[in-house]
Write a protein that binds this ligand. Structure first.
Ligand code: HEM
Length: 435
């Protein structure tokens, strides 16, 4: 199979991004008409990207994506460009505990995706996670040492809606046509994936919830292509991969996949996933603040004063530049300069110098406004809550507008999920050892 060439023309990239947001058969057709899969050669109605492999040869961790993604010259992982979060509820007729047939049907459908697409940014990466509500359907609770609480407000004034459906499928690829085709094959009309016939009907197990479908994108230059969306100002740096204008996800400020993996019990090899759907106040961010203020509020005052970041983060290498001293100086920065950085605040929750969260967030213009689907993986939801509390920490003596990015980020919705190991990903029981 050929390697995939990304479209060069920005308006074409933007068109592809918009088609992912729309979803469905006609969006997939339009994507293929644009030659969106590789070089567009061959059957104009078919996706053609590198093919997959024997599912038995794949890692047990659903979240083991880093090995399958490209890295830059500093070892930072580059996330896939297109993302879809498909919200799912159990279909009518699926019993709890689910029958062996229901599990086999879902597993067969997921295995077809793995055989069809290379497990990489050029093919498809996916995870399937389950909510506390799904596990509540079982008589037996989750194992004692596994806590999967419903998301709480976490800080005063925050009262987001909660993901109450059963599961979420996260689809990610550099190819717009691939995320659309995989979704359509599982839950729509498509009968093949990358030329491979789908053998099982996933709609016998899950109903997709159209109103809860979420989409997004990451990539150098993509945010600046959205200045036609209300609330996206023209002043976004041309190269920035994220809406707030800076690179993110430096290797040393991310947890490793080992650090976020559940180590014992029947779900060993799994992880927990937290998704916050947030809106961003970008006009105030770019038009009322200058670059010095933005760097102070996202990183730290010293990052701004010593010009450590560059225009959009290009001056940073494998780390966001938060040394132990810069993290320890958070309270002093608040007192002396009246400003603290978001990353500086959040880094106070590192454990033995190691960040506990693996952030895999992406930009969105769902609902025609700018936002971030903040998706993080961590061993326990308590790790997330601890970092989120450090990010909020109202004890510091700073005006809200200078308190990291709190003034610019609004959480609309939150969901907590368990991502089981691959062997338990198809309708897991709450306590696999107990059932
Ligand atoms: C929604 C808007 C958000 C934006 C635009 C944003 C942006 C950033 C940026 C630019 C960095 C510095 C670069 C890096 O280290 O990768 C950073 C670091 C970080 N952010 Fe956020 N972030 C957001 C939300 C959150 C949330 C909700 C959390 C969860 C509590 C969070 C946790 C962190 C952590 C843990 C770090 C790294 C700290 C360390 O180095 O140990 N961020 N963020």
């Amino acid at each position: 199979m050929r390697a995939v060439t990304l479209p060069e023309d920005p308006s074409r990239r933007e068109h592809l991004r918009a088609l992912v947001a729309v979803g469905g058969t006609s969006a997939l057709g339009a994507c293929l008409d644009l030659g969106a899969d590789g070089d567009g050669a061959g059957d104009p109605n078919a996706v053609s990207v590198p093919s997959g492999t024997d599912p038995d040869a794949l890692p047990e961790r659903q979240h083991a994506w880093n090995e399958a993604l490209p890295t830059d010259e500093h070892g930072n992982v580059r996330p896939p460009e297109h993302h879809v979060l498909v919200a799912l509820s159990l279909a009518d007729g699926v019993d709890v505990p689910p029958s062996g047939d229901a599990r086999e049907t879902l597993e067969a459908a997921l295995r077809t995706l793995e055989r069809a697409y290379e497990r990489s940014n050029e093919g498809l990466l996916f995870t399937l996670g389950y909510t506390p509500g799904y596990f509540d359907r079982f008589d037996e609770p989750l194992p004692d040492d596994l806590s999967l609480p419903e998301p709480g407000p976490l800080f005063p004034g925050g009262d987001p809606a909660v993901d109450a459906h059963d599961a979420v499928l996260h689809l990610a690829s550099d190819e717009a046509a691939v995320v659309l085709e995989a979704e359509e094959a599982l839950f729509g009309d498509r009968e093949t994936v990358n030329g491979v016939p789908l053998e099982a009907d996933a709609t016998a197990v899950f109903d997709p919830l159209a109103e809860r479908r979420r989409t997004g994108f990451v990539g150098a230059g993509l945010p600046a292509e959205h200045t036609d969306v209300p609330g996206v100002p023209d002043s976004i740096p041309a190269e920035a991969p994220f809406f707030m204008g800076f690179r993110s996800g430096f290797r040393r400020s991310q947890a490793t996949e080992d650090r976020v993996t559940i180590e014992s019990g029947p779900f060993a090899g799994g992880t927990t996933q937290q998704i916050s759907t947030t809106a961003l106040q970008l006009e105030a961010w770019f038009e009322q603040d200058n670059h010095f203020q933005r760097v102070s509020k996202l990183f730290s005052r010293e990052h701004a004063a010593a010009d450590l970041v560059g225009e959009y983060g290009e001056a940073l290498e494998a780390s966001n530049g938060l040394t132990a001293e810069r993290i320890d100086s958070t309270a002093a920065d608040a007192r002396e300069h009246g400003v603290v950085g978001h990353a500086q605040k959040a880094a106070r929750a590192r454990e033995d110098g190691e960040p506990p969260l693996l952030r895999r967030d992406f930009n969105t213009v769902d609902g025609d406004r700018p936002g971030i689907h903040f998706l993080s993986l961590q061993r326990t939801i308590a790790d997330f809550a601890r970092v989120r509390e450090a990010m909020v920490d109202e004890e510091l003596d700073v005006p809200t507008a200078n308190d990291g990015i709190r003034h610019y980020v609004f959480v609309d919705r939150r969901g907590n999920y368990l991502l089981p190991p691959r062997s338990l990903r198809a309708l897991p029981p709450a306590n696999p050892d107990g059932n």
